[in-house]
Ligand binder design. Structure first.
Ligand code: ADP
Ligand code: MG
Length: 488
């Protein structure tokens, strides 16, 4: 499942913008009938920025229940993607309920000082239902909701429901170690890997674990983008002292997707001091990123060397068995058991990451609940019709590069390297030609994916191979084999 597009940094994030995105995203993911029945009647009823709380109203108890069970986790994801941090969505009945005042979560000193005033939409009558927010609040193994609220931890992300395989066992082991001995074993811990592989999940798990063992620990999860805007706000309000005091006093700082700091030198400077203070205090710092420290762009050298000074650990894309295990576990947790053969069928088709698997599972569950069927391969195939056909139709430039490199026994890296020997240059030209032929990409886009080459280089390659193919039957045959293997 593709990630909804994230709005530019510091753009006005607001509940209506989120709702627009949610409607667009769900319209693509659901059938028109489902969309009209379940999603369209929903309304945003209120938003309290300082509490990260968004109220969504449903027109009747039946729909309310259905939405909670079926769409809660997806809406939470879209909200987290939009706002850049987890948001607590509460589902409530659409009419005449009133917000009880005692339910207002405790605020930290920092938030009281810096957060913008709560925004409540004009028509809003905010009213969290007594048992609302199923997706997030159902887990009750953490003692103190106020602490959790301050820490911004999502209680649903724990070690218990984190499935392990070769791809993530190191990352998980290191995380458990750090959760048990914060500040003393690996400091900082730097966790990196591609999107949807479980980085955010793991660091929330660490926070939740520590909070459970030590309810008075000062813990804070923050997405790097949010940290950047907090720095800007502290700067505008000349509130740096308070900002510093807050961050420097933590026992555990979990900072997510730090690649967002790239090019933001003011933020980096501020973070550098916080980092030094925390490490000197023996407080634990945990950082995630989409790449390893030395590869990060636009980040100050001294930060990079600090990031790399503790433990740096990767999280890899899940292997087949792990994808199967994840599907089965998550399906069972939803109360809709999935057999191994169905899980294999889905896992074989969806290879990239766990978020995508969850998207597929959601579609299957929605289909099953809607049509009142059992999960089997046919049902999975129908529910995932769009996903699977897109996967089949779309050939990526990366897979072309991999296939061609394998075929001619060169390294994939040579596809984007600047090297020019003929045994490398020619397969590269062939890969460019096939990329033009089998994908929708433009010449400049292809050039970009081949190590930032100019579009005229791509054009030259495309013409040359096309021309040679006409009279070189050997080349023609090779291209044919390559094209066939890519299409299957
Ligand atoms: P990242 O931060 O690396 O982009 P996330 O931590 O947001 O990825 O993971 C994407 C989704 O996949 C989340 O819903 C998360 O709970 C789930 N997930 C990731 N790894 C696992 C795992 N090993 N077991 C169970 N669920 C996982
Ligand atoms: Mg993440």
């Amino acid at each position: 499942m593709s990630k909804p597009e994230i709005p530019p940094l510091l753009a006005q994030l607001n509940p209506l913008g989120f709702w627009d995105l949610a409607l667009q995203t769900l319209a693509k993911e659901l059938s028109p009938q489902q969309f009209k029945t379940w999603i369209q009647p929903l309304k945003i009823k209120g938003y309290e920025e300082s509490e990260r709380l968004l109220l969504i109203g449903a027109p009747n108890p039946f729909k309310l229940d259905w939405i909670r069970r079926t769409f809660s986790s997806r809406l939470h994801e879209i909200a987290a993607d939009y706002f850049g941090y987890p948001v607590n969505l509460q589902f409530t009945l659409g009419s005449d309920a009133h917000r009880s005042s005692q339910s207002a979560p405790v605020k930290t000193e920092f938030e009281v000082g810096l957060a913008a005033p709560a925004t409540v939409l004009p028509s809003a009558v905010p009213a969290p239902a007594p048992d609302s927010g199923l997706g997030l609040d159902a887990v009750d193994d953490i003692p103190n909701p106020a602490e959790r609220e301050q820490a911004k931890l999502n209680p649903a992300l724990t070690f218990e429901n984190f499935v392990t395989g070769k791809a993530n066992q190191l990352a998980r082991a290191a995380s458990i170690q750090v959760a048990h001995n914060p500040g003393s074993s690996y400091n900082p811990m730097f966790l990196y890997g591609g999107v949807g592989l479980g980085k955010t999940h793991l660091i929330h798990a660490i926070g939740n674990h520590l909070l459970k063992n030590k309810p008075d620990a000062r813990i804070r999860y923050i997405h790097a983008e949010q940290y950047v805007s907090d720095v800007v706000r502290a700067y505008q309000q000349k509130a740096f002292d308070r900002f510093k005091r807050y961050y420097h006093s933590l026992d555990l700082l979990l900072i997510d997707d730090i690649q967002f700091f790239g090019g933001k030198s003011r933020t980096q400077e501020e973070f550098f001091y916080a980092f030094e203070a925390l490490i000197n205090n023996g407080s634990q710092v945990i950082i995630t990123s989409d790449t390893y420290p030395k590869e990060m762009e636009g980040i100050d050298e001294r930060l990079i060397s600090r990031f790399d000074s503790g433990l740096t650990v990767a999280i890899e894309p899940p292997e087949l068995e792990m994808r199967v295990a994840i599907l089965m576990k998550k399906a069972a947790a939803e109360g809709v058991p999935m057999s191994e053969d169905v899980a294999f069928f889905v896992a074989k088709h969806l290879r990239s990451n766990i978020r995508e698997l969850e998207g597929a599972l959601r579609k299957i569950l929605a289909y099953v609940r809607f049509h009142g069927k059992e999960v089997n391969i046919e049902v999975a195939r129908s529910a995932l019709k769009d996903l699977l056909s897109i996967q089949n139709r779309q050939i990526s430039v990366e897979s072309i590069q991999r296939t061609v490199a394998d075929f001619y026994s060169i390294k994939v890296a040579d596809m984007y390297s600047k090297k020019r020997p003929a045994n490398i240059a020619r397969p590269r030209q062939i890969a460019m030609f096939i990329a033009k032929e089998l994908t929708q990409k433009s010449l400049p886009e292809i050039g970009e994916l081949f190590g930032g080459r100019d579009h005229t280089t791509v054009l030259h390659a495309v013409r040359k191979i096309a021309e040679e193919r006409q009279h070189d039957s050997h080349l023609n045959h090779e291209l044919h084999v390559l094209e066939q293997s890519l299409k299957n």
